[in-house]
Design a protein around this ligand. Sequence first.
Ligand SMILES: [Zn+2]
Length: 137
Amino acid sequence: MVAGINPAQKFAQSVGLVRDYLAKTGNTNLLGAMNNQQLRVFSENMSENVLGANIGNKISLNSKVLATQSPEKVASIFLHELTHFAKQSGRNSIAEEVQCRSIEENFLDTFGKGMYGNDEQLQATVRRQYAGLPEQA
Ligand SMILES: [Zn+2]
């Protein structure tokens, strides 16, 4: 854990980073999703390889991630799950995961912390991690 920052403070900081990013990029769709009164966000104990999840109006963030990762990383995971929430597709797909990962990557790029060299790398990673999902919902 970052010294002097508890998970709740870190989450509040992460939400601020996401809000700033969405305002800066003019993403009114996701800003609207953030302000949706139905949205509930929880910190939960989740399995090691899961960072977060969205089901219906609920976003869960892995409490281990919240405790150990930087505010930027926590923010990127929240942004990813917020993108699922905004879509409300009810059925996940490779196309949706690529969209979520892309916005996550663009956000991390603003801090010089992007994970992929290019879109092809990002898509290949998503296809590997989500093998079994349909291409389109
Ligand atoms: Zn996802």
